[in-house]
Design a protein around this ligand. Structure first.
Ligand SMILES: [Zn+2]
Length: 222
């Protein structure tokens, strides 16, 4: 899986003043026979500058000057709706795979749940975008917080750009259809960071993912 970090600004800005922030939007495609299926999905990067003494946007709660300001590379951040304290977290993409799910039932449940936006509904593959509850409309469309894909009516693949987004998405997924889900396999996807000086894109492996068993408890973090 590749994530868009290729369009990093060739800086006229001071690279130590802020963060790259990754946004994913969905919007209807007015030129398509069905504007909603699949619609258009777009990722953009913005540069958020912050004061050195304010909380770092990585979620550490340390002042920026004592945390990520001096890092030699950017690890993008992403907005998380419904966060208790910090609304931005470092991008650290995750994938969960649920095998041997009852696909027909699951497909129906997901399609009936307005928190999931169906963007593909082929016999062998169905795809939904988690929009948040309520959805956030932005400059380029509706913000997307994670993806759910059903393959061959037996394999459910859930992806999110950070652990916090994944927790939020799984809360909704278990709320919608927890009784139909098996224990998932979780993987941390490879991560792309950008060297602040050269603009070079570097791919790194993330540390092992947390134990997925805790997701299945379906508890909200409040
Ligand atoms: Zn930080």
């Amino acid at each position: 899986m590749t994530h868009l970090l290729e369009n990093a600004p060739r800086t006229s800005v001071d690279p130590n003043r802020g963060f790259l922030c990754l946004w994913t939007y969905w919007r209807p495609n007015p030129d398509a026979p069905n504007p909603d299926l699949p619609g258009i999905k777009q990722q953009t990067l913005t540069y958020l500058t912050i004061h050195p003494n304010t909380h770092c946007l990585c979620g550490s709660r340390l002042p920026f000057r004592r945390c990520c300001q001096s890092r030699p590379y950017w690890q993008a951040i992403c907005f998380t709706p419904d966060a208790e304290q910090e609304q931005y977290r470092l991008v650290a993409p995750q994938t969960l795979i649920f095998e041997a799910v009852p696909g027909t039932l699951l497909r129906q449940r997901l399609t009936d749940d307005s928190r999931f936006k169906p963007v593909e509904a082929a016999p062998a593959r169905a795809f939904w975008i988690y929009w948040g509850d309520p959805a956030f409309d932005g400059q380029f469309g509706t913000l997307c917080f994670g993806d759910v894909e059903l393959q061959d009516d037996q394999r459910l693949i859930v992806t999110a750009m950070s652990a916090q987004r994944m927790a939020l998405l799984l809360y909704v997924l278990y709320d919608c259809s927890g009784s139909l889900l098996t224990i998932p396999q979780i993987t941390n996807d490879r991560l792309h960071v950008i060297d602040k000086q050269t603009g070079e894109r570097i791919t790194i492996d993330q540390t092992p993912a947390a134990n997925p068993a805790r997701w299945s408890q379906g508890k909200r973090r409040k």
